[in-house]
Design a protein around this ligand. Structure first.
Ligand code: ADP
Length: 627
């Protein structure tokens, strides 16, 4: 029979398998068992809608046969089976689990332990076997097929005799070498250990004939006998009391199920009885999945109905702002054959989703309190999602999210929460101050930030585009309004100071109007007393800040008519430049016009918005230099 060749990628993977280190090898059994369990699930699903499949749930099982003499280990299931075409497409090409892609993405970077962390499906059997046969028959079909391969040089598919439906995978275990004792994998004790370690929560019985010994009747001698034993406890991890499940078990469950190579930052278990009866097991990843911020990422929790999975990613169970949460929900309230459409309108599901949201929120808050460092790491990965959540749906979710937010600030701490900010506010401080910019360094250069700090007021530093929009949506926190330090009206002065400043602005109205017209781009020019050492700054009036305008400009499709920030050039009244301007207004209006433009450019530069016309600015500077 002509040998067929594996696809290139599968070949590479096979090489990886064959050369893998010993500690990885044992996962092959887990992979085969999981496949068998999936196959049983598939047939079970089919039986729900296909009346020709007559099986009761207790009929399904996985059987292991270890034959030391022949050197073979066989995994048998009575699941869906595979047609010849399916044998070809499923076993002739590499698993679609994405783990191999992952390896390649990381080839230059850190060496991700692919095999150890994910396992790579069926192929992993080649780590311990030098030949594999897969005999399979689909339920109700007349013909069975056998797939056979000795590794990298290809495989064959042929018809074969097989009475029962399902799949039977026989591994011809490699001969022992000096380094590796492959025959261990035929050892009952070893197999039992592997099942406990990796496959204990498989919902179908994994059976094996085991040798036992008993005392002979009316004699002191012992005899051995063979008995079929179920090796796994079958109780899904989430059905066991949380106190009995070890951290290691949760970790293994998570990394395997959700294809993560790092332990989760937090495990959340929830049990509810009453308006909705359900068990949830959720995980907060410790880092953002590589596709998290792309449109490929699909949020959702697995949905089970009394231990049987009914949907792989039920997105209705998670709000977008908690889309990073992984896990599953098992509820006896949901019917097994509920359709996707019906599920969306299911009242019970909505109740569950609400309860889950509440739980995640409270767990995150607890974590923020009890394990700040870990929470901050989490916030680095997912904080932006929380902030978007606050902003979307017209701020509908602000009460859920406001206490989960963290911001950088002038306090010098890595992050502060809004509550921490308000608790630390000075008595005379009226508002929560913030400044926006592309980085902390840039924001710290803002003249207004400097003057706030000199007053002893903490300033939140908003460095993400969404930040200011989110705060605008929030409006206030603990009855304190949010104020951008670059906004015109911060009301920092007392009444007397304010009156004096107004007076000064009034007196110089003509000059300030002249300057405004010379600059063209501003809606006003005025004196200020709130700056310390900087001569000028820009401030904005109304809802839209300079930073927000910048963000809006960057957004796709924004070249049309955008609202513009109303910008005022503020001049430090106590800076010598103020008097200089006044005297120029009397003696040399032409130079005053140039100074005005220069000061405006300074304001732009220090405000982090950049100048529109650098050439004109440079020309002005050199012109004044040679004067
Ligand atoms: P994965 O399980 O990640 O898809 P595998 O390489 O382990 O990758 O398996 C490839 C495919 O072969 C499976 O998706 C499944 O369709 C099929 N398969 C494997 N084992 C069995 C089995 N025991 N019964 C039926 N189909 C199977």
């Amino acid at each position: 029979m002509k040998k067929k060749q594996f696809k290139t990628e599968s070949k590479k993977l096979l090489d990886m398998m064959i050369n893998s280190i010993y500690t990885h090898k044992e996962i092959f059994l887990r992979e085969l068992i999981s496949n068998a369990s999936d196959a049983l699930d598939k047939l079970y699903f089919r039986s729900l809608t296909d009346s020709s499949v007559v099986l009761s749930r207790s009929d399904y099982s996985i059987n292991l046969v270890a034959d030391k003499e022949a050197g073979t280990l066989t995994v048998i299931d009575n699941g869906c089976g595979m047609t010849a075409d399916e044998l070809e497409s499923n076993l002739g090409t590499i698993a679609k689990s994405g783990s191999f892609e992952f390896k390649r993405d990381n080839e230059q970077g850190e060496d991700v332990d692919v095999i150890g962390q994910f396992g790579v499906g069926f192929y992993s059997a080649f780590m311990v076997a030098d030949k594999i046969t897969v005999r399979s028959k689909v339920y109700g079909e007349p013909t069975a097929y056998v797939w056979e391969s000795e590794g990298a040089d290809g495989y064959t598919i042929a018809e074969c005799d097989k009475e029962t439906f399902g799949t039977e995978i026989t591994l011809y275990i490699k001969d022992d070498t000096d380094e590796e004792k492959y025959s261990d994998f035929l050892d009952e004790y070893r197999i039992r250990g592997l099942i406990k370690k990796y496959s204990d929560y498989i919902r179908y019985p994994i059976k094996m004939a085991v040798t036992k010994s008993r005392k002979k009747e009316e004699s002191d001698e012992y005899e051995s006998y063979v008995e079929v034993e179920t090796l796994n406890s079958m109780v899904p991890l989430w059905k066991r009391p949380a106190s009995e499940v070890t951290e290691e078990e949760y970790r293994a469950f998570y990394t395997e199920k959700f294809f993560d190579y790092q332990a989760p930052a937090k495990v959340i278990t929830q049990r509810s009885e009453g308006t909705a009866t359900f068990t949830a097991l959720m995980f907060i990843p410790s880092h953002a999945p590589f596709n998290y911020y792309t449109k490929d990422y699909e949020k959702g929790l697995e949905l089970y109905s009394s231990g049987v999975m009914i949907m792989e990613k039920c997105s209705d169970l998670l709000p977008d702002y908690f889309s990073f949460v992984k896990g599953l929900v098992d509820s006896s309230d949901l019917s097994l054959n509920i359709s996707r459409e019906m599920l969306q309108h299911d009242r019970q599901l909505k109740v569950i989703a609400k309860a889950i949201e509440k739980k995640i929120k409270s767990e995150l808050e607890k974590m923020m309190e009890a394990d700040r460092e870990r929470y901050e790491k989490l916030f680095d990965a997912f904080g932006i999602q929380l902030k978007y959540g606050l902003y979307t749906d017209y701020g509908m979710h602000k009460d859920v999210l406001k206490d989960l937010l963290l911001f950088k600030s002038s306090s010098g701490k890595k992050y502060v929460s809004l509550k921490e900010y308000v608790d630390a506010m000075k008595e005379e401080q009226k508002a929560i101050y913030y400044a926006a910019g592309e980085s902390v360094e840039r924001i710290e250069l803002l003249p207004q930030v400097e003057s706030m700090k000199s007053r002893g007021f903490e300033v939140l530093y908003l460095t993400d585009d969404v930040d200011e929009f989110a705060l605008k949506m929030l409006g206030s926190y603990s009855e304190k309004e949010f104020k951008n330090v670059t906004a015109e009206d911060l009301s920092l002065e007392n009444d007397e100071e304010r009156a004096a400043l107004e007076d000064e602005n009034k007196k110089n109205e003509d000059m300030l109007t002249f300057m405004k017209e010379a600059i063209e781009n501003v809606s006003g020019v005025r004196f200020t007393t709130s700056l310390t050492k900087h001569p000028v700054c820009l401030s904005s009036e109304g809802e839209l800040s300079v930073e927000m305008e910048k963000v809006l400009k960057k957004m796709p499709g924004s070249d049309g008519q955008l609202p513009k920030a109303q910008i005022t050039l503020e001049i430090n009244l106590s800076h010598p430049i103020a008097d200089k301007l006044k005297s120029l207004y009397k003696s040399d209006k032409d130079t005053l016009a140039k100074y005005s433009k220069l000061l405006y450019s300074q304001g732009c530069l220090i405000g982090g918005v950049g100048v529109e016309n650098p050439a004109e600015l440079c020309e002005l500077i050199s012109e004044l230099m040679v004067k």
